[in-house]
Structures are given as structure tokens and as C-alpha cells.
Design a protein around this ligand. Structure first.
Ligand SMILES: NC(=O)C1=CN([C@@H]2O[C@H](COP(=O)(O)OP(=O)(O)OC[C@H]3O[C@@H](n4cnc5c(N)ncnc54)[C@H](O)[C@@H]3O)[C@@H](O)[C@H]2O)C=CC1
Ligand SMILES: O=C(O)[C@@H]1CCC=N1
Length: 274
């Protein structure tokens, strides 16, 4: 990654998402000495030190002053408390939140700055295949936006949304999305086992099918329903399976599930953003 005057990066919260971003930054050549983490749990701190060789502190201290970017990777429920502990310790940093639901208005009020980008990543970031949506508060400079893009690029792809409320939809779709894929993987693997395959065989076939179908969809100009039709021979096996799913209204239920996730994202903002 390119050198930059404000390259030191601090993470508030050192769990799953922080680890995904830290891993990406180190893979791209950011020195571990340029990263520090505030993480209250000793076990999590030990893991960060062992896995990444980064400094991890129990609480915010003077070291945070040198961070040009502060990444907020705490749970929505703990953001406000964490902000109260950290606010006085950061300098004129740019702030990047990955928390679901918590609105930038709340973050701005807690931190006393407008220099905030909100994001919604997902866990494939751990293997450099993340999808992240970004929203910048008015007043965030193009330079800051470019810096955030550069940081997030170490974990996969990103796109900007213009309306902050769209982040709730993004959370429901791609933030939570890997869990839906894993849910289908569980079901396909179980079905394979029930039909006589070994767990290993079934899981390998299921994961390879997801990866291959996703690649095909991305490479193709055709919409997914056309790709699906190409698999569905008349009177064949796919037809039997899709008919069974249509009768059970699987698609409608699935869409409803995403609406529930979006509602929950809104609620998180209301409950924990005050
Ligand atoms: N896990 C996922 O798939 C995704 C999570 N997110 C968001 O990322 C955020 C973090 O989620 P995860 O990394 O999964 O959670 P996590 O539980 O793995 O990590 C959160 C960390 O924050 C630490 N923490 C608690 N209080 C703190 C404080 N006062 N100061 C500093 N650190 C504190 C916890 O000890 C924990 O290690 C959440 O807001 C979530 O909405 C966003 C996209 C995807
Ligand atoms: O379930 C959650 O609330 C977080 C946000 C997106 C994925 N995990």
C-alpha cells in the first residue's frame, strides 16, 4: 500500500471485522508498527499480537494521537461506551465505522467531528473477497474518500452509496449475506449426506458449486433467471427441485428474511444510537 502522511491506523475493537481489515492491510505491506488496536479482552489482544504482531491495548491512550484513521469495529451495542472512552484520545483523525445500524449523526455527536465514513463490509474480507459499501458524510474530502477506498481495497471490493439509509439495505443483503450462503451450504451438504455422499464429498461439491455459479454470474451478461433456465432442462431434475421450492414459496420467504434484517439494522440505530 502507498505510503501516506497519515498512515497509522487505530482499530477500536479487535474482533472478526477488525481482524479481516488488519489482515488485508498487512498483506498489502502496511508495517505492523503502523497499526494499533484498543481491545478490552485479554484473550482477543493475545490473538491479535500472535496473529498479526500488532500492538493491542486494553484501553485508549496517548498512542492514538498519531492515528490518521480510526476504524470503529465494535458491536453497535458498545459503540457509544467505546466512543466515550476513546473520544478525547484521538487527534484530527478520519473515522471509519463498520458497525451495523449506528448512524453517522450519532457518531458525529459522540466524537465531535464530521470526518466520518460509514461502511458495511462482510466476512469474505478475511480472504480478500469482501464486498463493502461506503457512505461519506458531507464534508469528507475526496482525499479522505480515496484513502478509505485504498484501505478497504485490501479486503476486496467496495462501492459508494449516496444515501446513508441505503446502508441498512446493504447490511441485510451483503453484510449478513454470507450467513445466507452458509445456510444454503448447510442444507445442500445435509441433502447430499442423506442421499449417500460422504460429508466431505457433499461439502466440496456444494462449496465448489457456489463458487462456480457466482463466477459464472459475474462473467455473464445474462441475468440470473436466464442462467437458471439454462440449468433447468424441461422435465428434468432441476425443474423438479425448483418446482418444489416454488411450491414452498422459498423465494418469497427469503425476500421476507432480508426485509427483517433491514428492519433490525434500523432498530439497532434507534436503540443504540441515542
Ligand atoms: N461479523 C460480521 O459479519 C459483520 C460485522 N459488522 C459489524 O462489525 C462490528 C464488529 O463486529 P465483529 O467484529 O463481528 O464483532 P466481534 O465481537 O468479533 O468484535 C468486537 C470487539 O470489540 C471489543 N470491544 C467491546 N467493547 C469495547 C470497547 N469499549 N472498546 C474497544 N473494543 C471493545 C470486543 O471485545 C470484541 O473483540 C459490529 O458493529 C458489526 O455490526 C459488519 C459487517 C459484517
Ligand atoms: O449480524 C449482524 O448484526 C452483523 C451485521 C452484518 C453481519 N453481521
Amino acid at each position: 500500500m502507498k505510503t501516506s502522511a497519515h498512515q497509522a491506523i487505530a482499530f477500536i475493537g479487535g474482533g472478526n471485522m477488525a481482524s479481516a481489515v488488519i489482515g488485508g492491510l498487512l498483506r498489502q505491506g502496511l508495517p505492523a508498527a503502523q497499526i494499533e488496536v484498543v481491545e478490552p479482552f485479554a484473550e482477543a489482544r493475545d490473538k491479535l499480537k500472535a496473529q498479526f504482531g500488532v500492538a493491542a491495548h486494553e484501553r485508549a491512550g496517548a498512542g492514538l494521537q498519531r492515528a490518521g484513521l480510526v476504524v470503529w469495529a465494535v458491536k453497535p451495542q458498545t459503540f457509544k461506551d467505546a466512543a466515550a472512552q476513546v473520544a478525547g484520545h484521538t487527534g484530527q483523525a478520519l473515522h471509519l465505522s463498520v458497525a451495523a445500524g449506528i448512524r453517522s449523526d450519532s457518531i458525529a455527536a459522540w466524537l465531535g467531528t464530521q470526518r466520518i465514513v460509514r461502511s458495511m463490509p462482510n466476512t469474505p474480507a478475511l480472504v480478500g473477497k469482501g464486498m463493502t459499501a461506503l457512505f461519506a458524510r458531507p464534508g469528507v474530502s475526496d482525499e479522505d474518500k480515496a484513502w478509505v477506498e485504498q484501505v478497504i481495497a485490501t479486503t476486496g471490493e467496495s462501492l459508494w452509496v449516496d444515501a446513508e439509509t441505503d446502508l441498512d439495505a446493504v447490511t441485510a443483503l451483503s453484510g449478513s449475506g454470507p450467513a445466507y450462503v452458509f445456510f444454503f451450504l448447510e442444507a445442500m451438504t445435509q441433502a447430499g449426506i442423506e442421499m449417500g455422499l460422504s460429508r466431505e464429498q457433499a461439502y466440496r461439491l456444494a462449496t465448489g458449486t457456489f463458487a462456480g455459479a457466482s463466477e459464472l454470474a459475474r462473467a455473464s451478461q445474462d441475468p440470473p433467471e436466464v442462467l437458471r433456465q439454462r440449468v433447468t432442462s424441461k422435465g428434468g431434475t432441476t425443474y423438479a427441485a425448483i418446482t418444489s421450492m416454488e411450491q414452498a414459496q422459498v423465494k418469497e420467504l427469503f425476500i421476507r428474511a432480508l426485509h427483517a434484517a433491514r428492519e433490525r439494522a434500523k432498530e439497532l440505530g434507534d436503540e443504540f444510537g441515542g
